[in-house]
Ligand binder design. Structure first.
Ligand SMILES: Cc1ncc(COP(=O)(O)O)c(C=O)c1O
Length: 407
């Protein structure tokens, strides 16, 4: 493989056109789409029009005449297609963390005679914090954290909920959603998947897999913008028997009746809490429209090819970078993780040399490979830059060791 060959792959890429949908950072190759997706090129104009024509011209009337009030459901219906869910099972609201709280508590209420939330040790910390916090509020429950490989062995009659992140935020390892859900159901447990690192990166079929609950972010591969609202999914069979523990007025059957008594909506709307952030919703809707217009199977196929190119070139040119992601493409999500004992300094030096990747403690560099806007030549140039930084020892410079607040 050489740079010309990488360019040739880009010429042949059936998804090459999608790069024009994005305004990419000007200071480097953008490999952080797994963390904060790139901005859709039309986002400024779209937001300007919502701001000017809806907020500016209509102010409060826009809740009705621009249908702001129904945005959480409207976007939820669009998201449902991406998730392999029914339109009425998905809604956009709050953050992934808040949605986790709502759905963990709801799930537990469906298994009152059980007391365990089973999860894995390496789950995303926010998910672990949230589950632990719930056990502090509801002292009957206990969180059991086990090794990834031991999940099936820990399923038994005590487990109310199996809570997993589908694609591992460090290694990119992807759980077998169908198999684990079937195993959990076999033991009478419910299943909640965090899809933060999956949605927009890999094909999803929540209903085919019989998943009970799911949450996920709008700002990673969905490119909905910093702090974009999140989504939640409740399988139809649980919709009538669950309610949100956060009895916000937007989840009320008739919020504008201003009743002193809480009467939850009967549909997925009951999982709303407070007033939706309309400008953020507008940015997210614009980006969901882009993502859902592109075949996710083609996206995953290109991601796999980008990943394989990076793994091959890295092994050749940067042998001190150890790939910790699964070798088999079908077991990976949309990013790769590489171990190096000086990962932090290397990631900082990369930033100075035109490669934007991120660092995860204690010694991992993550490279996000969003197929919508990344080229094969970007992979080639990235590995060449990593190789230069390692071989010239530039990363030993003290300026690359000062720790930044956000990594
Ligand atoms: C897997 C996973 N779950 C949950 C979260 C928390 O999301 P939020 O901060 O939007 O609540 C993140 C954030 O990156 C994440 O990666």
């Amino acid at each position: 493989m050489n740079r010309d060959k990488a360019n040739e792959l880009d010429q042949l890429d059936p998804l090459a056109y999608a790069r024009d949908y994005f305004a990419l950072p000007t200071h480097g190759i953008y490999l952080c789409g797994h963390s904060l997706g790139a901005m859709p090129a039309n986002a400024p104009e779209h937001l300007a029009s919502v701001t000017r024509d809806q907020w500016g011209k209509n102010a409060i009337s826009a809740w009705n005449n621009a249908d702001w009030i129904n945005m959480p459901q409207r976007l939820g219906r669009k998201m449902a297609k991406i998730l392999g869910a029914n339109a009425h099972e998905v809604i956009i609201s709050d953050s992934t963390s808040i949605n986790l709280f709502k759905l963990i508590v709801s799930a537990l209420s469906l298994r009152p005679d059980r007391h365990v939330i089973l999860t894995e040790k390496e789950n995303f910390p926010a998910d672990l914090y949230m589950a632990d916090g719930i056990t502090q509020l509801l002292s009957k429950y206990q969180v059991i954290r086990c090794e990834k490989t031991e999940i099936a062995n820990h399923l038994n009659n005590d487990v109310a909920l199996l809570m997993l992140t589908h694609v591992d935020y460090r290694s990119s390892e992807m759980h077998d959603m169908a198999a684990l859900t079937a195993e959990a159901h076999h033991h009478g447990a419910l299943v909640l998947f965090d899809l933060a690192h999956s949605v927009g990166a890999v094909p999803l079929s929540l209903n085919e897999c019989q998943v009970d609950f799911a949450v996920g972010s709008g700002y990673k591969y969905l490119n909905g913008g910093p702090g974009a609202p999140a989504f939640l999914f409740v399988a139809e069979r649980h919709l009538s028997s669950t309610t949100s523990p956060l009895q916000g007025w937007m989840g009320h059957q008739q919020p504008f009746a201003f009743s002193n008594h809480y009467e939850p909506a009967t549909d997925i709307k009951k999982f709303l809490c407070g007033t939706p952030p309309i400008l953020s919703m507008a940015a997210l809707e614009n980006s969901i429209d882009i993502v859902s217009s592109i075949d996710i199977h083609a996206v995953k196929e290109k991601t796999d090819q980008l990943a394989e190119l990076m793994i091959e070139l890295m092994a050749l040119k940067c042998p001190s970078m150890t790939c910790i992601s699964p070798k088999a493409a079908k077991e990976r999500g949309g990013h790769l993780g590489f171990f190096h004992q000086d990962a932090y300094a290397i990631s900082r030096a990369l930033l100075d040399h035109g490669v934007i990747a991120d660092f995860r403690a204690p010694n991992l560099i993550r490279f996000g490979l969003p197929a919508l806007y990344l080229r094969y030549v970007d992979i080639y140039d990235t590995v060449a830059t990593v190789s230069k930084i390692i071989n010239t020892n530039i990363y030993h410079h003290p300026r690359y060791h000062a720790v930044m607040t956000v990594t």
